[in-house]
Every structure is written in C-alpha cells, then in structure tokens.
Write a protein that binds this ligand. Structure first.
Ligand SMILES: [Zn+2]
Length: 74
C-alpha cells in the first residue's frame, strides 16, 4: 500500500501542479477580461477609465466611449 502510494506520488504532484496552473490561469484571464470589459485606456494620459465615459476622469480629455480599443465587436 505504501509502496503504491510512493510510486504514484510524482504523478500526484504533476496532477496537482497542472490543476493549480490551469486554475490560476483561468482566474487570471477572467480577471483581465473583466477589467478590459469594464475599463478602457485613455489615449491621452494612458490611464484606465470606466467605459461609457465621454471625458477621461484623469486628464479631462474627450475620449470616445463607444469605440472599443481592439477589433470590430458590434
Ligand atoms: Zn486621460
């Protein structure tokens, strides 16, 4: 019993590693996606503002709130 456990131990480590890796990657992507959906980058000062705003709250410049920063979405 103990011998079996020890022989499967490396496999278990690899399995746990893979699960943790994909879990972290999933959470990270979800977080990044949420952020990119909610916020856009101001072309004038380079800081993030909430999408839908007409003016950047940081520098006060007019930003195009309707246009997405990457690709034709709608
Ligand atoms: Zn700005």
């Amino acid at each position: 019993m103990r011998g079996v456990l020890i022989s499967y131990f490396p496999l278990l480590i690899v399995l746990v590693g893979v699960v943790v890796f994909f879990g972290v990657r999933y959470l990270y992507r979800k977080f990044v996606q949420e952020k990119s959906e909610k916020y856009a980058r101001c072309p004038h000062c380079g800081r993030y503002y909430e999408k839908g705003n007409y003016y950047c709250p940081h520098c006060g410049e007019v930003v195009d709130g309707d246009r997405s920063d990457d690709g034709p979405v709608s």
